[in-house]
Design a protein around this ligand. Structure first.
Ligand code: ADP
Ligand code: ZN
Length: 765
């Protein structure tokens, strides 16, 4: 028998090794092994067992490492698809299914001494009163960590040891699982009676689950890996769709649909995986799932995976899932690879979110991986959003996905009224650009008087965009990146939002021969809006919330809690307050500068703007009082703004696809973005042109292929590197990825030039 092994140190290669007789039966796909590599040894993961190899004189595997078959065959298959489709080395993709902490196994389990009551056989020995007291305490708790018991009882370790000698108790080391949410108390909730739209959705999902279960045991029903995620659906000509797109307006009760669909999966002995954008991993979201499933009578174990976990916590959560104890997994992007057992349902909430795309290799899109995983595991996939991505909606239009709709807010509450304010008019009335139009100012005043709450949204942190000298035009720029510094008033610093470089802000213009004292700031940031609020509404309690603050997790929770109980009148923030939060007393939402997202050099700019306004608007009027939204814009008649104003997703979709189709943009093609970077600009430009010529030769006759560039990237220079883009578009991405991988394995680029491949990119910077 021969094992094909992906080595952890050698990329883009899989090597064959002999399975020695003594290891036979212990090695299967997913086993971690140690193998000889030249004169050294290396670790690797067995990808497959094959009867023969094209190579001669194979060396034997030395030993197995850790528990056997950590990774299921399905997850291995998924990782291989990720490697192929996203054009990255198999080993890089495998890192996603076998996270570092599990692989290195250094975090391990935490052991703590526990005190436990022993069963008493026969009559109780004579005890002092103190000893009896201690036993009573223990009887109440049965088992307690030693340290906690000592503290609780005030007893000494010696006293306990004497009880142990009498075999009344035992003190033993025991694995204790770290529970990152352990100290929180959650009140149980029960399923809500569903409205018609919700019931239809749940019934359709459950029916699909049952249907798959019936069909699932037929061996021929493997996923077709030959195309992208959407395509595999049609494999075998069966039209039975397993992917649902749940399009529900904000506040329509999507979460309740998820919860009841999960309950149905659990009843059927299957587990569920819930993906949420990292930002939404607030206590609020996790709590709703825990309240339904952990706090109730069944006490289903929920595992939570997100980027703030310690290595130890991550280790424990992973094993809880792998051992099949945690039946529900909630997590951000990378949780799509969680080793859930008997997976029956995958939910991707806010499926349009760009945080599902990983920005380093493997550059996968978790929503698309989820669709592929659903096909491999025969699980139903539900993609939910108030503003579906054009790709997903297009797939629903074509019948690849099944569309489920929740067209109304729960309790038929009205959608908030959205007013668009033309800032060009405000500009004429006053000198300079006002931060708040008269309409917005008036509306804020009104809410303050009525003791209602306001959320103001500005898509940029910091105080101002740039520091600018009005006399000579000097703009403070990051020396390593081609962007202006952002001025942060706190600490009076200039900060680069690309590389993090930070400098004290100059007091006078540093341009040679200028030195003007009037150097000041242009543009808007959260800090500047906060300051303007404090000046114009001196009695309002204002709080800023952006990623500068989010870095302190406790602070973030505290602010949300204070806002909830009404200790804050106005919350100012970036995207992060646009999502998932639910505050009934918020009756006004203002978008200070809606055009910021619109002017990105990206074909999705309009889509993002539409999503942004719709999602932000969803925060208004979630209580008894009707909500109002004020959108300030310099281009008020842009379709993205106008369709959002009318809550018209279908209208926006129609006009946006009409714009993209003739230009061959997704969803009509798939994009591959090559970035070529290096420190010498001429060389970068030269290599980029060379790459294009080579690819043209290689891909000659591919009639659906469009190649554009090379051109300087919008972010021309970052971290001192010059960057050029080359964009390829095709309808058959897997074919292109394979071709590119094969070209990459042959080509040698200059050492100081790097090339990255991004399939289905969401960031065109
Ligand atoms: P969405 O995720 O679609 O924005 P949510 O799931 O947050 O909406 O639901 C909004 C509110 O409506 C929540 O407070 C939720 O508990 C409540 N809700 C959802 N479904 C029902 C229902 N069938 N009956 C009553 N209240 C509901
Ligand atoms: Zn920089």
């Amino acid at each position: 028998m021969i094992a094909r092994v992906a080595l952890e140190t050698v990329l883009r290669k899989e090597l064959d090794y002999l399975v020695p007789p003594e290891l036979e039966g212990q090695i299967e796909p997913g086993t971690r092994v140690e193998v000889p590599l030249g004169r050294r040894k290396a670790y690797g993961l067995v990808i497959a067992l094959v009867p023969e190899s094209p190579y001669q004189a194979l060396k034997p595997i030395l030993r197995t490492v850790g528990e056997r078959a950590l990774v299921s065959p399905t997850l291995l298959q998924l990782a291989r698809w990720v490697a192929e489709y996203y054009c990255c080395p198999a080993e890089i993709a495998l890192r996603s299914v076998l996270p570092e902490v599990v692989r290195r196994a250094e975090a391990g389990w935490r052991q703590r001494l526990q005190v436990r009551l022993m069963p008493v056989l026969g009559s109780l020995p004579r005890l002092t009163r103190r000893q009896q007291e201690l036993l009573h305490i223990l009887e109440e708790h049965r088992c307690l960590p030693l340290a906690e018991f000592l503290k609780l009882s005030g007893a000494s370790l010696g006293t306990l040891r004497r009880l142990e000698e009498k075999h009344l108790i035992e003190i033993v080391p025991q694995i204790e699982e770290r529970d990152p949410w352990g100290r929180e108390h959650v009140l149980p909730t029960s399923p809500l009676p569903l409205n018609d739209a919700q019931r239809n959705a749940v019934e359709a999902i459950v029916a699909a689950m049952d249907e798959l279960k019936k069909a699932g045991r037929e061996p021929a029903r493997g996923a077709d890996l030959s195309e992208g995620p959407a395509r595999s659906r049609a494999a075998g000509g069966r039209s039975q769709s397993k992917v649902f797109l749940l399009h529900g307006v904000t506040g329509s009760g999507k979460t309740e649909v998820y919860l009841q669909a999960i309950a149905a999966a659990l009843e059927r002995g299957r587990s569920a995986l819930v993906l949420v954008p990292e930002i939404a991993l607030t206590p609020q979201t996790v709590e709703r799932f825990k309240a339904r499933f952990c706090a109730g009578p069944q006490r289903t174990l929920v595992a939570v995976l997100h980027s703030h976990l310690s290595a130890g916590e991550r280790h424990d959560e992973w094993y809880k899932i792998r051992q099949g104890r945690a039946r529900i997994v909630i997590g951000a992007r990378s949780a799509v690879f969680a080793p859930a057992q008997q997976l029956g349902l995958i939910i991707v909430d806010e499926e349009h979110e760009s945080t599902y795309k990983q920005e380093e290799a493997p550059r996968y899109h978790a929503r698309d991986v989820a669709v592929m995983r659903g096909a491999l595991e025969e699980a139903v996939v539900v993609l939910g959003s108030a503003t579906p991505s054009l790709e997903s909606y297009h797939n629903a239009q074509r019948g690849k996905y099944t569309l489920l709709r929740l067209p109304e807010r729960v309790d038929a509450r009205n959608m908030p009224r959205i007013r668009v304010v033309d800032m060009r008019l405000a500009l004429r009335e006053e000198r300079g650009v006002p931060i708040f139009s008269p309409q917005l100012r008036e509306a804020i005043l009104q809410r303050l008087e009525r003791k209602e709450q306001v959320i103001l949204f500005i898509n940029r942190r910091g105080y101002a965009t740039a520091m600018l000298c009005p006399r000579c035009g000097y703009v403070a720029r990051c020396p390593a990146c081609s962007v202006a510094f952002t001025y942060h008033r706190v600490g009076q610093r200039l900060l680069c939002h690309i590389c993090g470089e930070s400098q004290p802000a100059p007091q006078t213009c540093p341009a040679p021969g200028c030195g003007d004292r009037a150097i000041r700031y242009s543009g808007l940031g959260t800090q500047r809006v906060e300051e303007a609020l404090l000046r114009q509404f001196p009695r309002a309690r204002v709080q800023r919330m952006d990623s500068d603050i989010l870095q302190r997790k406790e602070e973030y929770r505290r602010i949300l809690a204070e806002f909830r109980v009404g200790h804050i009148d106005i919350l100012v923030g970036t995207q992060m307050i646009a999502k998932g939060l639910h505050f009934p007393n918020v009756t006004l939402v203002g978008i200070v500068h809606a055009d910021l997202a619109l002017h990105q050099p990206d074909f999705r700019a309009a889509e993002r703007t539409f999503q942004l306004i719709t999602q932000v608007a969803g925060r208004a009027g979630r209580g008894e009082v009707e909500g109002e939204v004020i959108v300030q814009s310099f281009t008020p008649y842009h379709p993205a703004i106008q369709y959002a104003r009318r809550h018209d997703f279908e209208g926006f979709y129609e006009q946006e696809v009409a714009f993209r189709q003739p230009l061959h943009y997704p969803p009509f093609t798939r994009v591959m973005l090559l970035t070529i970077r290096g420190r010498n600009e001429d060389k970068v430009r030269y290599v980029a042109a060379h790459v294009r010529r080579q690819l043209e030769e290689r891909l000659v006759g591919w009639d659906d292929l469009k190649m554009s560039g090379p051109a300087p990237a919008p972010l021309e220079r970052a971290h001192t590197y010059y960057r050029y883009h080359l964009m390829l578009r095709t309808q058959r991405m897997l074919r292109l990825s394979r071709e590119l991988a094969s070209w990459l394995s042959e080509v040698t680029l200059p050492k100081d030039i790097q090339l990255t491949v991004d399939v289905d990119p969401v960031n065109f910077q």
